[in-house]
Structures are given as structure tokens and as C-alpha cells.
Design a protein around this ligand. Structure first.
Ligand code: TXA
Ligand code: MG
Length: 339
């Protein structure tokens, strides 16, 4: 199959919507990462998503909608959901609610719940509205690769497997949405993202972060979110995180770098002087910048066949929690603690 990469003009969005209506797959930009979309109500189209990504069948998809009212056809909508949707939609928050039978089982991997979000990107919204359909869309990477933050990343992973990629430039957030499970009395963050626990508490007064967000699953432990069972965000290189005071961290990383030529370093912008003349990849001034750059850098390392990366850590608060969730998984929890 020939894969077209087209600028996300209004005309091309209409062409993409037509493809979705006849059961084809289309990759499109959102504010978080690129998504690989199909008609969420067409089980065969959704099956093709799993095949194109080589995604394990037990990992459910997020259904994207163009207006809040659409959610009520798909799930048992609640007052808490309404408050959160009013506050954060369109935006990087996915809500997990009891599903209605109109949603095919393949979308939810057989679960009785469905994940729903209204993306905060004009192209995504125009596409969903032009198709007049709810769109099931995981991140548009092949399974196990970092999520794509540029159209070129999608092409690198899915060339020949899908007919069309809409190019909407770089994704503003750079990390996938916050996944919030609303089925329990206390809403639980299954995957941290740009909508932070602190922001959610302000709206609904309560919110818990699943403790598996920052540690590996124990053998035999059931995953709250099926996505947590699978190996994620894994670069080809070994990634080691170094935690502690900034001087001690830089000393440790510099030693490792000097001992092994070709080692790469990821560090926060303000700390760059601590690394002297060494080649350092700048994570930027804050967690917002680090979130935008992380997956991009991991893909560059893969392309350059880097074998060892050392990275600083960020405080796990605000968006830092999402960055650290992805970093610790990419590092397979290889973390050195310094003084
Ligand atoms: O920002 C995003 O969320 C992007 C863009 C394209 O919207 N999408 C995305 O989808 O990251 P995906 O499929 O890569 O990640 C969806 C996550 C997985 O961890 C999955 O296990 C979880 O959401 N999930 C989906 N449905 C669920 C459900 N019913 N219960 C619990 N977790 C669910
Ligand atoms: Mg994904």
C-alpha cells in the first residue's frame, strides 16, 4: 500500500474523513501525539488498527469525539465526567467510563469500560466532525516505539501499512493524554499526562494516582490499565536515570560519559554548564519543554544507533510526573541514586 503524507488542509481533511467513513485508517495530529484513527463503530476497521501497529489485542483504544454530547451515546456519562469535560475538553484528558453496547468489544479489548477523549487540536476536531463518527485511535507508532510527535515519525513506523497521514506539524504537548478512571469512588489516574493530578483535584476535590505509575508491575500483579503491562517507550539504547543533587548527578554522568565514548546525555537547560564541553541534549528549561522533546530525542537515538544514554530526572510533580512515568519505563527502572 502506498502511504500518502499530506498537509492537513481543509480539502485533505475531507479526503481523510471519506477514508474513515469507508473503514480505512488515517493518521492525524492531536495536541498530545499523532493518532492512528478508524471508525470506532466498525469492528473490522478497528481490527486493522491492531494489525497496522502490531498492537497486542488486550490493549484497548481511546475513542475520540468532536463534541461532549457524543460521549453519551458511547458510555454511561456521569456528573463527575461532566465537570471534568467542562474543565479540560477539548484537551489532553481521557476519561474511562462504563461502556454502552454500541462500542464494539474489540475497541475496549473486551472490557466493560471505554476510554473517551475530545482532543484539543483543530485538525483532529475537524476530521472527527467531517467524518461524523467517533474515531478510535491509539498513538500512531508501531507497538513498543515511542509515540510519534511529528508526521515523519508516523511515516517511519507505518509506511506501507496505512493509506494516509495528515501532517499538522509538531505536537504541542509531546506526551500522551492523562488517562483517568472514573469507575471507582475515587477517580484514579492510570497514566499521567498534561492534565495533572493537582488540576483534577481543583475541579472534583479528589484524585488518586495509581501507584504502579511510578514503579514496575510485580510478577502476577494485574494491570489497572492494560497498557501498563506492555513494554513501552523503549529505546534501542540502554537508558540510565541518575537522581540526586544536581552537582552529584552531573559528576556521576560525566564520569560515565568520559569512560564510554558515544554515551549520550539528557539534561535540563539550567544544568548544562555542569557538563563543561561534553555533548549534552537539552531537555529544556522545564517539564513542559522536556515533555515536548523526550520522544523526539528517543527516536533520534534509535536512528543513530546509540547504545547508552544517561538522563537527569525531574521532580515528579505537575507535568514532571508524566515525564518521569515515560522516562522510568524507557529506562526499565534502571535508576542510580547519588548524594
Ligand atoms: O494522547 C493520547 O491519549 C493519544 C492520542 C492519539 O489521543 N492516544 C494514545 O492512545 O496514547 P494509546 O492507545 O497509545 O494509549 C491508550 C491508553 C493505553 O494505556 C490503554 O491501556 C488505556 O489508554 N486504556 C484504553 N481504554 C481503557 C480502558 N477501558 N480501561 C483502562 N485503560 C484503558
Ligand atoms: Mg500508545
Amino acid at each position: 500500500m502506498n502511504t500518502q503524507l499530506l498537509e492537513a488542509s481543509d480539502l485533505n481533511i475531507i479526503q481523510a474523513a471519506r477514508l474513515l467513513q469507508v473503514g480505512q485508517l488515517v493518521a492525524f495530529p492531536t495536541e498530545t501525539v499523532y493518532g492512528l484513527g478508524a471508525n470506532a463503530l466498525d469492528a473490522q476497521a478497528v481490527k486493522n488498527i491492531f494489525a497496522a501497529k502490531q498492537r497486542p489485542a488486550d490493549n484497548p483504544l481511546i475513542v475520540h469525539i468532536g463534541e461532549t454530547a457524543q460521549a453519551q451515546a458511547l458510555c454511561h456519562w456521569t456528573e463527575t465526567a461532566r465537570l471534568l469535560a467542562d474543565a479540560f475538553w477539548p484537551g489532553p484528558l481521557t476519561l474511562v467510563l462504563q461502556k454502552k453496547s454500541i462500542v464494539p468489544d474489540i475497541v475496549t479489548a473486551g472490557l466493560s469500560s471505554v476510554a473517551i477523549r475530545m482532543p484539543g487540536h483543530a485538525v483532529a476536531i475537524k476530521l472527527i466532525q467531517a467524518a461524523s463518527l467517533p474515531i478510535a485511535a491509539p498513538s500512531a507508532n508501531s507497538s513498543g516505539h515511542p509515540s510519534p510527535t511529528m508526521a515523519q515519525h508516523v511515516l517511519d513506523d507505518l509506511r506501507g501499512r496505512i493509506p494516509l497521514i495528515l501532517d499538522g506539524g509538531r505536537c504541542q504537548v509531546g506526551l500522551e493524554s492523562t488517562v483517568l478512571d472514573l469507575q471507582d469512588r475515587v477517580p484514579t489516574i492510570l497514566r499521567p499526562g498534561a492534565v495533572t493530578p493537582e488540576q483534577i483535584v481543583l475541579i472534583i476535590g479528589d484524585c488518586r494516582v495509581a501507584d504502579s505509575v511510578m514503579r514496575p508491575l510485580r510478577p502476577g500483579e494485574p494491570a489497572l490499565s492494560p497498557g501498563m503491562r506492555h513494554r513501552h517507550y523503549a529505546p534501542k539504547a540502554r537508558l540510565t536515570l541518575v537522581e540526586g543533587g544536581k552537582e552529584a548527578v552531573a559528576r556521576e554522568i560525566c564520569q560515565a560519559y568520559d569512560a564510554a565514548p558515544g554515551t549520550r546525555i539528557m539534561a535540563m537547560h539550567d544544568h548544562l554548564p555542569l557538563y563543561g564541553q561534553r555533548l549534552v541534549d537539552d531537555l529544556g528549561p522545564d517539564a513542559i519543554a522536556a515533555a515536548q522533546r523526550l520522544f523526539y530525542l528517543l527516536r533520534v537515538y534509535d536512528e543513530q544507533n546509540v547504545t547508552q544514554i544517561y538522563s537527569e530526572t525531574l521532580p515528579p510533580t505537575g507535568l514532571g510526573l508524566a515525564v518521569m512515568n515515560r522516562l522510568t519505563r524507557a529506562a526499565k527502572f534502571d535508576i542510580i541514586h547519588t548524594g
